[in-house]
Structure formats: C-alpha cells, structure tokens
Design a protein around this ligand. Structure first.
Ligand code: NAD
Length: 425
C-alpha cells in the first residue's frame, strides 16, 4: 500500500473543506485567537477605556467596546468547577477555539476565580459560587454551561443549569447512575436546551479517521477490539477514590474511554458483558472503589470488545481494532497529545504497515466548537446525553457482572445515541 492510499486530505478532504466553508460563511466574524489570549491586559468592566468625544453632540456618540464585546459570534461559556481539567485543558483550549469563549466562572473559591477571570478577560460580575449559580439565568452572555465537577455533582448542576435556560456541556462520566442520566436528559428536553457529554476522543483526528476507514470497509468485517486505559493514583484522599463523589473507581473514570471507543468505532451496542474488578484489601487507596476492572463485551454481529482499566498501574493507553482484512492501533490512545496510528493489512502477498500523519488538534477546542456550532445552528450534538446514558447502563451491567460472577445482559438504546458526524457540521 502506498502512502497515497491514506493521505491526510483523504481522511479529512471534503469534510475539512466543508468545515472551512462554514467558518468563512456564517461565522466570518469569528476570530481564531481571542484578544484575551494575545494580550496581557486584564480586562474587566472597571478597566474599560473611554476616549473623549470629538464629534458634535448632534452626532451619535462613539463607544470603545471592551475586549469581550468585540463583535464576534463566539458562543459564551460558563465554566463550572475550576479544578485540574478546567485550568489545565479547557480554559487554555478556549484560546484555540473558533466558536467558543469563556464569559463566566462558577467556583467555591472566589479568590481563585478572580485570578482566573483576570487572566481570561472575564468580568468579575460574571463570577458565581455554587449557591449563586442559578443567577446565571440573568446573564445573557452565557449561552452554554460546561460542568467540570466531580462525577456525582454533574446531575445537580445540569438540572439547575437547564432550569436557568442554558445549553449544557457535561464532562464524562455523565453521572453516577442511570436514573440521574435519565433525569438530566429529561430536564434538558423540558427546558428545550441541548445536552452534550464531553467525549473528547470522538472529536480527535485519529479516532475520526479510524471511524471513517472502518465505515469505508478498509478493515473488512470488524472482529475484535482490545484496549487498556490505566494510571497510577497517588493521593488517597482525592474525590476519585470516594464512591459517593466518583460513583466507582477506574471503570467510570478511565475505563469509560475504552467502552465508548468500542461503541463508536464499531457503531454497534453490546448486548452482554462479563467483568471482574480487583479491590486490594491491603491498599488504603482502594477502601471504597476498584483498583482495576477487566471487561468482555459481546456485540450482535459477533464483534467482541476486551478492555482493562486500572488506577494502580503505570499510565498506559492503547487500543486495537481487528477486522478480517486489516487491523489498526492507536498507541497512545485517549491521550491529550501525541496520539499515533498504525494501520496494518495484507496486500498483494505482503503485510504492509502504514502510519498516517495527521495534524494534531486540541480535542477540547474541537469538542467545544462542535457544541457551539450545534447551539448556533440548532443541531443535535454528536455526543448527546443519550450517549452518556448508554455508557452508564453498560457500566452498571459491568459492576453487576463483577459482583455476581456471571454475564449480564444490557438493554439496547431505544434510539440512536449519536448525532451527526462532527466533520459534517
Ligand atoms: P479536580 O478535582 O481537579 O477538580 C474538581 C473541581 O470541583 C475543583 O475545582 C473542586 O474545588 C470542585 N469541587 C466542588 N465540590 C467538590 C467536592 N465536594 N469535592 C471535590 N471537589 C469539589 O477534578 P478534574 O480532574 O478537573 O475532574 C472534573 C471532571 O472532569 C470529572 O467529572 C472528571 O471525570 C472529568 N475529567 C475529564 C477529563 C477528560 O479528558 N475529558 C480529564 C479529567 C477529568
């Protein structure tokens, strides 16, 4: 197979051009790099500069817009929870996004929020705490609320956000039970706002390329998915190791990447899972949650997924998809940066491996821009609440299987769980 067989433009050619057309059309006024990302000026309402008026009083007065009032069509986000993900990935990604900008913060720590607000050009009047959060309803700049809190808090803050009339982007895992997920979907439907779960891998170029290659038949018939997502936890007091805040251990936090990838790559839903968990008695980190989880999932076509996750093993992130005519690996998979693909097939009597080189994109900017476009164009997001609900159903079945030692059936979703392909919006 020659390099030309899978050129970068072939993966993204039409879709990327379509995307750029959209960018230069209705969104022409959007700016790629927001002013706050380029400047050290700390804009807030008190700091607005006004120049003296030089025209006669019969003329319309001139107004110098504040930095965040620049005429652009970026969708305004409120970030709820200023922890590692919000500060390390989401807010920095705003500087790389075309259609999304931060306009409000929700935090229990006002001093921290004021520092971040100054850094990102967010008005001090747009800083809320967990009690005043509902007042966000009165802030017209906020169109989307992005929930970046511990897992068990997602449901409450999605429900309150929907009641405030805002669209919601919620971190994975969606919640800690099927009931919560169903309530979140119902509340967003009742308030007529959109709900998207932040499955960033589904907006990542190599994952998207693999989906495209699978749908084009380049693997033949899909047979197996093999994956792992592990990391070694330190601090035993952190919320990730408390069942009431996390909902579980490694499975809902990192194992969910493997589970979700098996589903979106195959475009099938598992009907049965068989799983084990390990909770070492002599390790104080795992008094409440599992340290590792091993899963076999069966799909109707005969495709199977085998995946492990761990909180007590060195960081390791990998996936492989095997078909009748080819297989491909992402190694690392699920990482923020540096994802690599190797595609191997038997061609004209030879096994040929190919490593496509795709341009790395900030996955958080890509997912936020997708959601902003869905809000602006009134479209269903690619990873709506239903996608998170199905992962939660399967996670519950995984835990039940680990408890009972038996395979557990999973009910299929009643409708498709994914909206249009992000590359086509
Ligand atoms: P974190 O602990 O760094 O931040 C959590 C934030 O919630 C902090 O600001 C903390 O002060 C606040 N908080 C409010 N009430 C709290 C309470 N009772 N206990 C603990 N913290 C409380 O966590 P994080 O890594 O930013 O994770 C937040 C969410 O993002 C989780 O749902 C996690 O699964 C998800 N996440 C997603 C990715 C991804 O790649 N998409 C990566 C990391 C985390």
């Amino acid at each position: 197979m020659s390099d030309n067989e899978f050129p970068v433009t072939k993966f993204f050619g039409t879709d990327r051009r379509g995307f750029l057309r959209a960018a230069t059309g209705a969104m022409a006024a959007a700016v790629a790099v927001p002013a706050f990302a380029q400047s050290s000026v700390k804009p807030n309402e008190q700091d607005d500069v006004q120049l003296s008026q030089i025209h006669a009083s019969t003329e319309e007065p001139e107004k110098i817009p504040g930095p965040m009032e620049a005429e652009d069509q970026r969708t305004g986000y409120a970030i709820v929870g200023l922890g590692r993900l919000a500060l390390g990935q989401i807010l920095p990604a705003m500087g790389k996004s075309k259609y999304s900008k931060p306009v409000a913060l929700v935090s229990g720590d006002r001093e921290k929020a004021m520092k971040i607000a100054a850094q990102y050009g967010i008005k001090q009047s747009a800083i809320y705490n967990y009690s005043t959060y509902d007042q966000i309803a009165q802030n017209p700049e906020v169109k989307v609320i992005y929930i970046v809190l511990p897992n068990s808090m997602h449901a409450e803050f999605v429900l309150r956000g929907a009641k405030a009339g805002k669209h919601i982007l919620c971190e994975k895992p969606m919640a800690t039970s099927v009931k919560e997920c169903e309530r979140m979907i119902a509340a967003c439907n009742a308030a007529n706002v959109k709900l998207m779960i932040a499955y960033r891998s589904q907006y990542e170029p190599y994952d998207m390329a693999m989906v495209k290659m699978i749908r084009e038949g380049k693997f033949g018939k899909l047979k197996q998915f093999i994956s792992t997502n592990s990391q070694n936890q330190g601090d035993p007091t952190q919320w990730r190791l408390k069942k009431s805040l996390a909902g579980g251990g490694c499975m809902p936090d990192v194992g969910v990447y493997c589970l979700n990838a098996a589903r979106f790559l195959s475009d099938e839903e598992p009907y049965e899972v068989f799983a084990t968990t390990v909770q070492p008695k002599d390790d104080p980190r795992f008094a409440e949650v599992e340290a590792s989880c091993q899963v076999i999932a069966k799909f109707p076509s005969g495709f199977t997924a085998v995946f492990n996750s761990a909180y007590d093993a060195h960081k390791s992130q990998f996936l492989r998809v095997e078909g009748t005519e080819a297989y491909a690996e992402l190694n690392p998979a699920f990482a923020y940066h540096g994802i690599k693909m190797k595609f191997t097939k038997f061609d004209q009597g030879m096994e040929i491996a190919h490593e496509p080189a795709l341009e790395e994109k900030d996955q958080f900017a890509a997912e936020m821009d997708h959601f902003s476009l869905c809000v602006q164009k009134d479209l269903k997001p690619h990873t709506p609440g239903e996608e998170g609900l199905q992962d939660q159903r399967i996670t519950d079945a995984i835990y039940e299987s680990a408890r009972s030692g038996k395979p557990v059936k999973v009910s299929a979703p009643s409708t498709a769980t994914r909206g249009p392909n992000p590359a086509e919006i």
